[in-house]
Each structure stands twice: as structure tokens, then as C-alpha cells.
Design a protein around this ligand. Sequence first.
Ligand SMILES: [Zn+2]
Ligand SMILES: [Zn+2]
Length: 314
Amino acid sequence: MDYLELTVLGSNSAIPLVNRHPTSQFLTLANRHFLIDCGEGTQVQLRKNNIGFGRINHILISHLHGDHFFGLVPLLTSLHLLDRQREMHIYAPAELKKVIQTILSASATWLKFPLNFHPLNMKEKESIFEDEKIKVHSFPLQHKLDCCGFLFEEKARPRHIKKSALTQYNIPVSELKKIKQGEDWINEEGTRIANEALTDPADEPLSYAYCTDTLPVENLRDFFSNPSLLYHEATFAEEHASRAAETTHSTARQAAGMALKVNAQNLIIGHFSVRYKDLTPLLEEAREIFPTTELAREGHKFIIKHKKQELELG
Ligand SMILES: [Zn+2]
Ligand SMILES: [Zn+2]
């Protein structure tokens, strides 16, 4: 799946409702998979959405309020019972390592697979994962507890080989990779063929920024800009702005303001307070400022493909 797909597993704030669960999301970008936050009941939500546990090798936890990690140890225990052998990477505040160890040792569970724990830097933007296709950073948010956002970015994508070039020049397959990376090609007669004659421009890389449990961060643009998709919490409507400030959360209007600030292409809002049975007013409030906004809802898949860079519902 060579595009961006985000499945919402939980959209609610602290207390679950029958059809609204604590925060968790499953992201696929350039065929890499990430579980982002893991509130209570996440493994059931994974089952409901047909997401195989085996696809999860990287779990990111934003902060240590229970609605973001109380589903983690049960998920790890299930993986153990399912005989998982492969290493699991967890990126989380340092204190979580002890919490996991304490619960597992109290229940005499000795995991069959290695846990590779990566403590987050809660104060500064930091690289936490990188391979040949993508890079992931954490960055600090502003919440009661230390809390990190996450930025997932594709690296520069390969240029497209022109069909006409393939027929016109007899380019050996072994040369294609270098040409897609922008190099000129020197043919068998020693003639240099400019890359522009052989390729069309690459697609714009896709990116996803995740900002949960935070006041509006004035300097958010220092951490990223122009994401294809921004998730920003909107625990409250603007009429409860003082409650949002007291509890270090954001309103739907503020979330939309942040999307403008970082020049996002699309916005999803979530982490809704249980007080809102109907979420339409929050959506309308955000759309007044930022029209391409959607609500995070359980089981919704949000897809962005390279050519259009528009949000589609899967
Ligand atoms: Zn929360
Ligand atoms: Zn919180």
C-alpha cells in the first residue's frame, strides 16, 4: 500500500462510550505500519477493523495519561500468547518501561519476544525512526503531563521513467534505479542523456502529523509545516474554551487555527469530551476556519494518495 492510510481505532477522551473508545490509531505510510497510542480496548478495535497483530512492529505512546496507554500491556500479553517471536519497538516516555516490567512480572509473564524500548525526548524535536523510505520525529506538546506529538514523513520519492524513453532508448534494467533518483544516463556509445529527457518529476512526498492532548502550540511551525494530513485534538467546543485551557486541551476552533498555522492540506479532529453526544457542532466550528476538516470516528479509514493529495474515506 504505497500511500497514506489512517484507521481510527479510538476517538474519545478519557472515558469510553459504547461507540467511542480511548485514543488509538493505525497508520500505514509507504508500506510501513505504526500503532499510535494504545488506549484501553485497542486490541479489540484492531480485531474489529481486521488489522492483524502481526503487522504491528512499532508502537508510539504520546504520554502517560491512561486513555493513551492502558491498552498496551494487554496487547503485548496477547502477542506473547500468540507466540510472537519478532522484536517489538516501543517509543514512549521513559517511565513506561518500569510500568510494563512491573505489570508483566506481577503476572509472571515473560514475553517470548524482545521489547526494544526507545525513551522519547519530551523537551525537543528528535528523530525516532528512519529507513530508506520514511522518517519519524517526536516533538513536544503542551499538556498537564509531558506529551509528544509525532511527525511521519516520506523521503523524496523516485522520478517517473517516461514510457517514451523506455522505447526510444534501450535502457538496461540495472540503470533504472539511478535514473529514477535523478542521474543522467550514459548510453553504450558514450552519449550522455539528460535526466529530464528520461523522467517526469516525482510525486510530492506524503506526511502525517499527530498532535494529541495539548493546548494550541504557538510555535508548532518550528516542528513541521505543510503536512498532507494533520490530526489535532479538539476535546471541547469553543463555548467551553475556559475548560479547555484549565485542562490543557484545545477547542475545535483552535485545532482548525493550528491547521492554518502549519499550512496543513487536511485536518482530522478527535479526542472528544464525553459531554458531546453529537459531534456535528465541533465539525462545523472547525470547518468555518478550515474547510477540509473531518471527524475522527471509530473504524473510519482516511486515505491520501500521491497524485491528488486529497482526503478520501476508505
Ligand atoms: Zn487523552
Ligand atoms: Zn492527556
